[in-house]
Write a protein of this length. Sequence first.
Length: 173
Amino acid sequence: MTTEQLLEAICEQCDHLRIQVYTAQGELAQLSKRLEQILQQIRKGIEVRDVLFAEEFNQFCQRLRAQMNEQEPVWTQLRNDIRTRKDAQWDGSLALAAKGLNSKAKTLSRTCDEFITEYDAFCKNYKNFTAAKLNVWLLTSCQTDIANLTGKILFIAREIAQKTERNRIPYAN
């Protein structure tokens, strides 16, 4: 795999992860709204109508865990491929693509931040909810993995951008 192909693969995986995190953030927002409604029903002494919440929340956590487990080996392989490249292999012709990767990594980071914000909002409501067994520990594990992986991707993107920028041939003296 050439460095150009490697850069394309990283960009593709970055987009794929961003879409997964964005989708998970949307699902978590819906689950958070449902939890708020359940808490209101409990506070008012109304019978809880959303009886499938715990089951659907646990399924969401298991799906998210499976997605993160699928992502880990892919990113480990890509990071290993990057480490085996010499600095000179990141030639200046890849500078624009490297800046594109840097932009994609920043977009992924913002999506990750939105997911973390939604996670925090969910946990704020969850601390008052003990009526059902929820796998919040699994959600916490996924949130931590997403944040750690995003941090690694940001670092990789910055490093590649710096290497390609250093290897650019000056066109004007």
